[in-house]
Design a protein around this ligand. Structure first.
Ligand SMILES: NC(=O)c1ccc[n+]([C@@H]2O[C@H](COP(=O)([O-])OP(=O)(O)OC[C@H]3O[C@@H](n4cnc5c(N)ncnc54)[C@H](OP(=O)(O)O)[C@@H]3O)[C@@H](O)[C@H]2O)c1
Length: 283
């Protein structure tokens, strides 16, 4: 049982596997193979998005793997061009039809886009509340929401997001947003958990990896799960897909945990856009 992935409880009573497989930047041609490999190794949680252009192939791999639908936790996200409620409803239907599924486990607003749509992400969120009420989204959440965005939802909406999926890794520990989540029962999902590879050569990470006899990627992923965050590293390399799964049979001591957290560079550590100003809408 050494490699059993813990299930974590969400604030709506559902559970989510703490480790999943991310498919950002996997082209549609390679997606079914990568997801099949991940499912074979034991991953039971796949993180996709309409923006990634590979929902159909994720669905295909899940149908082909022989597992029951209920055994695989699937997340997708509302793309930036669809924040108006009527567009969100159509986009959600397209996501389900691309996946060929009658429900999704978790559906997220991908970005808050506070400078678009007159700053209104609340009516978008209320559309997601409808999807949860009608049973087609078992859980709903947000992504890239900053503290003021979460505070606004708390003031104006009925449902507290189950998760907030944000950039977190040793160079951007994102403590303030994580702390808000902790205090309000919103689980943090850490995207780009190994900073797309950028933290793996860091001397502190390499040193700890040597001490515990693991790879730098395993050490960083282990740091995330010991902090309680949900992670879904991406890889199209079979050996790495397997390596990233083997993180539940060792632990990091407090000193190692603190040394890794101490690598935080704040805003300069970001690899992706700042959600306060990000306003990209695909053509
Ligand atoms: N909500 C959002 O706005 C948002 C934004 C970004 C990402 N995400 C989600 O988070 C997931 C993960 O983030 P990410 O894909 O940006 O980056 P990531 O998982 O931090 O890193 C992926 C990169 O690291 C390499 N890699 C993976 N495992 C490795 C290992 N064991 N050793 C060495 N290199 C390794 C991969 O290379 P190979 O593939 O060549 O092996 C790939 O280049 C995404 O797939 C997506 O699901 C969400």
């Amino acid at each position: 049982m050494a490699h059993t992935v813990p299930d974590i409880s969400l604030n709506d009573g559902n559970t989510i596997p703490q480790l999943g497989f991310g498919v950002y930047q996997i082209g549609p041609k390679d997606t079914a193979e990568a997801v099949s490999r991940a499912l074979e190794i034991g991953y039971r949680h796949i993180d996709t998005a309409e923006m990634y252009g590979n929902e159909a192939e994720v669905g295909e791999a899940i149908r082909a793997c022989g597992l029951d639908r209920g055994e695989v936790f699937v997340t997708s996200k509302l793309n930036n061009g669809f924040h108006r409620p009527e567009d969100a409803r159509k986009a959600f239907e397209s996501t389900l039809s691309a996946l060929k599924m009658d429900h999704i486990d978790l559906f997220l607003i991908h970005w808050p886009l506070p400078t678009r749509y007159d700053g209104d992400f609340v009516s978008t969120w209320k559309a997601l509340e409808e999807f949860q009420r009608d049973g087609r989204a078992r859980s709903i959440g947000v992504s890239n929401f900053q503290v003021p965005h979460l505070e606004r939802l708390a003031a104006e909406a009925d449902v507290v997001p189950a998760v907030n999926q944000i950039e977190v890794h040793p160079y951007l520990t994102n403590e303030q947003v994580r702390a808000y989540g902790d205090a309000h029962n919103i689980l943090t999902e850490a995207w780009s958990p190994i900073a797309q590879g950028k933290v793996l050569d860091d001397p502190t990470i390499v040193d700890i990896a040597e001490q515990v006899g693991r790879t730098p990627a395993q050490v960083v992923l282990r740091w995330h799960v010991q902090r309680g965050d949900i992670v879904f590293p991406k890889s199209t390399t079979p050996k790495r897909i397997e390596e990233n799964f083997r993180i539940f049979d060792f632990t990091l001591d407090d000193t190692a945990m603190e040394r890794i957290s101490g690598l935080d560079k704040g805003e300069t550590g970001r690899t992706g856009p700042n959600p306060d100003v990000f306003d990209y809408i695909p053509a």
